[in-house]
Design a protein. Structure first.
Length: 221
């Protein structure tokens, strides 16, 4: 009986050796690929968490510099943020915050640069479009009308179309193109939510140009 079991075990062992000799390399590589993929996934998750933590810390640095009005420190911190964590939402938020601080300190070129970077590099389209509208307002202030209209020619998300139309009206009015400005303001007024207080400002602009947007035709009073 023992001899029979020994022979049977030996036969199974021989079959196992043959199987491993035939398929062993394939199985080993398959296991390596699977385990490497699992390790890479875990590693990527860890890397993301680490990057987020570091980006958050650097955002705090940008925020402190903006709060204290230290423009040199703000430029350095924002530069580090863009270089190291440019793909994160923290970087986009930091650039928008920095742009506001630069503008408040009359550092228009730095504000433009920060807003341009967000508009062109933001992974989140909403940040990109908000930055572009703020950039257009700066260009209008700087009397860079052609560049402002060039930016306004780009598509915007539906909720932002009234604001874009209002800005277009401001640019056109600044260029002395009154009728085109009226058309832009009218578009903005029509698309703006009636409950939005900003709509009253657009209406005032139209009234100043001799137009009553509440009239059926929206013609001059």
């Amino acid at each position: 009986m023992a001899t029979h079991l020994d022979l049977e075990e030996q036969e199974q062992l021989d079959q196992l050796k043959h199987f491993w000799k035939t398929y062993g390399n394939f199985i080993s590589w398959a296991l390596i690929v699977v385990m490497s993929g699992f390790a890479a996934w875990n590693g990527y998750g860890y890397w993301q968490r680490t990057q987020s933590t570091k980006a958050s810390a650097l955002f705090d640095e940008v925020e402190r510099a903006a709060t204290t009005g230290d423009m040199s420190r703000l430029e350095r911190s924002l530069g580090d943020m863009k270089d190291k964590f440019g793909s994160t939402l923290y970087a986009q938020q930091a650039a928008l915050l920095a742009a506001k601080s630069f503008q408040d300190k009359d550092k228009v070129d730095q504000a433009k640069a920060a807003l341009t970077w967000v508009s062109e590099n933001a992974s989140d389209e909403s940040y990109s479009q908000i930055a572009r509208l703020r950039l257009i307002a700066l260009l209008l202030q700087a009397k860079s009308y052609d560049e402002a209209l060039k930016q306004l020619a780009k598509p915007v998300a539906l909720p932002l179309t009234p604001l874009a139309a209002d800005l277009r009206g401001d640019v056109l009015q600044s260029q002395g193109k009154t009728q085109e400005a009226i058309a832009a303001y009218s578009e903005s007024w029509q698309k703006m939510d009636e409950a939005n207080e900003y709509r009253r400002l657009i209406e005032a602009k139209l009234n100043a140009l001799g137009v009553d947007p509440k009239s059926s035709a929206g013609v001059s009073k």
